[in-house]
Design a protein around this ligand. Structure first.
Ligand code: ZN
Length: 259
């Protein structure tokens, strides 16, 4: 099987220090393509280095990167960071913009904090639109605000809304805006019911697979080798076989990566 992990933080110290092992295990599990997002300016270089090392190590598989500022770090950002982001993207013509987005999970956030997240997100959407790059979006309880920012900035390059946890209606809002839904490690939790219901309603063209490694698992470090397990559960939920899930999600990943 040929599978893609469309969201894995391979430059995170939990994985980076063991990378040859992590990527060998992934290859043996049939996972040979990876989209690796950054989270803040301090890790852009690490993520970019990873792509370069991968190009020298064919056994590592195919690594695509995204550079951006995660909503959790919105308060730390200032104007020069956006200029650096634009420059870093110009140097790397195939890099996407990510991981960017909104996270309103924490109910103690103040309105100015949320407004700041929206500003930082919108600014990066505008950069992605100017440079014609796809984006990777973190969306936690913010689908309506994500849609509003996309429309307001005129962003129309598509991408992935990762680790999706919302309803079927919310998924439809996003697929109409040309985003694929990132289906991932939430499926490994049998109590995560809403995403199972949502997954049943998606079209074959609507979703891709991801782990969000090294995160999402309570007791262990998540790795891309868990993609086939996620594909298998997705197949059960959708009443199909794992080969079919592999086929449609690879086709969707190919379309996003422009092949
Ligand atoms: Zn992530």
């Amino acid at each position: 099987m040929n599978l893609t992990d469309t969201h894995c933080h391979l430059a995170d110290p939990a994985l980076r220090e063991n990378l040859t092992h992590v990527l060998t295990a992934a290859r043996e599990a049939g996972v040979g393509r990876f989209i690796v997002p950054a989270t803040r300016p301090q890790d852009w270089q690490d993520v970019a280095d990873l792509a370069e090392r991968a190009s020298e190590n064919p056994l590592w598989g195919n690594i695509h990167i995204a550079l951006g500022i995660h909503p959790w770090f919105s308060d730390d950002v200032s104007e020069p960071d956006f200029q650096r982001l634009e420059q870093a993207l110009q140097v790397r013509s195939t890099a996407w913009v990510g991981e960017i987005g909104l996270d309103f999970y924490d109910k103690t956030q103040t309105p100015p904090q949320r407004e700041r997240q929206i500003q930082v997100f919108s600014r990066q959407l505008a950069i992605a639109q100017t440079l014609r790059r796809r984006v990777i979006i973190h969306n936690l309880k913010t689908t309506a605000d994500i849609a509003a920012a996309v429309k307001q900035t005129g962003f129309a390059q598509g991408g992935i809304v990762h680790a999706f946890s919302g309803s079927a209606e919310e998924a439809r809002v996003l697929t109409k805006l040309d985003f694929k839904i990132g289906i991932g490690s939430l499926l490994l939790n049998p109590n995560a019911r809403k995403i199972r219901e949502t997954l049943k309603t998606l079209n074959d063209t609507d979703f891709v697979l991801e782990t969000d490694s090294p995160f999402m698992l309570k007791k262990e470090i998540n790795t891309p080798a868990n993609i086939p397990g996620i594909a298998k559960i997705a197949a059960e939920i959708r009443g199909t076989c794992v080969e079919e899930i592999a086929k449609v999600t690879e086709r969707n990943a190919d379309a996003l990566l422009g092949r």
